[in-house]
Design a protein around this ligand. Structure first.
Ligand SMILES: C[S@@+](CC[C@H](N)C(=O)[O-])C[C@H]1O[C@@H](n2cnc3c(N)ncnc32)[C@H](O)[C@@H]1O
Length: 278
């Protein structure tokens, strides 16, 4: 797809607006919800297991690209890793800082664009979770992976993931792409977030979808309604394999749905890739 700087700016602006609107309330909800904690814990267990399986030396320093509210870096910091998280949306970085302080862990948290990571040979492992499909275009995906490659030490590990476009079961991404809408309600003590996602545009040749997202938030500080737009791009297993190879990564393996042991009947809602700096 040809590079269009206006589209890039539009995508980043829309993404920032959405994550700014929901950041604070997602944190409020996560504190009150067991399910969110359990999902993150399962993912942290997977990450540690991948570090142990893939590492040629002990993983100590971890970079999380597009760390959001910091759930992975803060979780890993609790488990003894030295962590740095970076996210494009300053409001999310701020929330992550508040959570890290509240939980008494030290994590370096910075605002920054994934395509502009400035590190070189500094980390044993990097994460790029739930972000690749949000990057505006091919150039940004390739740049981000190259920057992550450079940030890693020799034999460093990257864990990244995408939603599988062939999965047609329940889930926001598959419902949005295949049915055209998704409604989800999450609640915890005193906070309820209802999200109504409607596919607005779908460009089937390049696999680019724009969604209109209405977030209805009931929280102790009142009722809020936010209307946002977000672009998502569809990637298959082969796309990610090629991007990783092009960036220089080796020993690339894919684990459906964060399962270390291959399930008998994989549903593969999410494709999680573990790879090593060559
Ligand atoms: C779906 S959230 C994922 C957050 C976290 N990695 C997780 O798995 O919980 C996507 C995050 O990507 C961030 N983001 C979007 N575009 C970005 C970019 N170009 N560079 C860095 N972060 C970006 C958003 O601010 C948001 O926090």
């Amino acid at each position: 797809m040809s590079r269009n700087e206006n589209t890039r700016e539009t995508v980043l602006k829309a993404s920032r607006a959405y994550y700014t609107h929901v950041a604070y309330y997602e944190d409020q909800l996560a504190q009150r919800q067991r399910r969110a904690t359990e999902t993150t814990k399962r993912q942290l267990d997977f990450l540690e297991s991948a570090f142990r399986t893939y590492a040629t030396h002990q993983v100590r320093e971890v970079l999380d690209v597009a760390c959001g509210n910091g759930r992975h870096v803060i979780g890993l910091a609790h488990r003894g890793y030295r962590c740095t998280g970076q996210d494009y949306t300053p409001e999310r970085v701020q929330i992550a800082k508040v959570i890290a302080k509240r939980e008494g862990v030290s994590v370096k948290l910075l605002q920054g664009d994934a395509t502009r990571l400035e590190y070189q040979n500094e980390f044993d492992a990097a994460l790029a979770l739930h972000i690749i499909f949000l990057l505006p275009d091919d150039v940004d995906v390739a740049k981000t992976l190259r920057r992550i490659y450079r940030a890693l030490r020799s034999s460093g590990i990257l864990v990244c993931n995408v939603y599988n476009p062939f999965y047609k079961g329940e889930g926001w991404f598959s419902n949005l792409i295949h049915k055209g809408f998704h409604v989800e309600e999450s609640h915890g003590r005193g906070v309820r977030i209802t999200t109504i996602c409607r596919r607005q545009d779908f460009e089937p040749i390049h696999g680019v979808a724009w969604a209109q997202e209405t977030s209805i938030i009931e929280a102790p500080d009142g009722l809020h309604v936010f209307r946002d737009h977000e672009q998502s791009r569809l990637f298959t297993y082969w796309d990610i394999l090629h991007y990783l190879q092009a960036a220089g990564f080796k020993e690339i393996r894919c684990y459906p749905d964060w399962k270390i042991k291959p399930p008998k009947k994989p549903k593969a809602k999410e494709l999680v890739f573990v790879s090593r700096k060559g």
